[in-house]
Each structure stands twice: as C-alpha cells, then as structure tokens.
Design a protein around this ligand. Structure first.
Ligand SMILES: [Zn+2]
Ligand SMILES: [Zn+2]
Length: 112
C-alpha cells in the first residue's frame, strides 16, 4: 500500500517507533499505520505533540553543543583555547561574524 503525505504530497515511508508502525514523511508529518480506528486520531495527536517538543529541545542543545574549541589567544588573559561560533548579522548579504569565548576567563570577543 502506498500512501502520500496530506501536508506536502511526498511519499510516506514506513518506520517503527517503540513497536508502533508509523508512516513518516520527511517534512515531519507522521501517522499511525494501524487498523484500530479508535486509537488512530489520539496517536497522531500524541506523536505530533511529542515531535514538536523534541524539535525545540534539539535546537537548543545544538546551539550549545555545536561550538567547537579552537586554538585562539584570549585578548584578555592570553589563554590559548576558545569556543568558536558564527552568527549572521542583520542583513543576509553581510558576511557572518565569528565569535570566540575564552574557556578560562569566559571573555567573549568577535572577529570580522
Ligand atoms: Zn510531508
Ligand atoms: Zn581569557
């Protein structure tokens, strides 16, 4: 049986989560692949809710974890290790700004 996503019309793929058969789309839509019509609607509501929640959490964790450590001299205490990340400034055509944060004194500075 071939099913299509009601949200974006892509092909749904079979997947199993905690023993429950689901049809999942790459856009994030999921539906329960079961014949128990009673539970069907409830399960979809639950899945959607849980999914939205976990997405937010993952995003926050990404923001914290993603910073790599680089060899950079801190302009304040001269320690040679800093967290590095980049942020896009107001307009998209401007180059992104590199930020560094000293792992010792927590001083934060930027480079263009
Ligand atoms: Zn979709
Ligand atoms: Zn420092």
């Amino acid at each position: 049986m071939v099913c299509f996503c009601p949200e974006c019309s892509s092909l749904l793929r079979k997947k199993t989560v905690n023993g429950t058969n689901l049809l999942a789309c790459r856009c994030g839509y999921e539906e329960v692949n079961a014949s128990h019509a009673d539970d069907l609607k409830k399960n979809i509501e639950k899945k959607k809710h849980a999914m939205g929640k976990s997405l937010v959490v993952i995003k926050e964790e990404d923001k914290i974890i993603v910073h790599p450590l680089v060899s950079k001299y801190c302009p304040k205490c001269n320690h040679k290790e800093a967290e590095a990340w980049q942020e896009q400034t107001r307009s998209a055509d401007e180059p992104s700004t590199s930020f560094f944060k000293c792992t010792k004194c927590k001083f934060t500075w930027r480079e263009y």
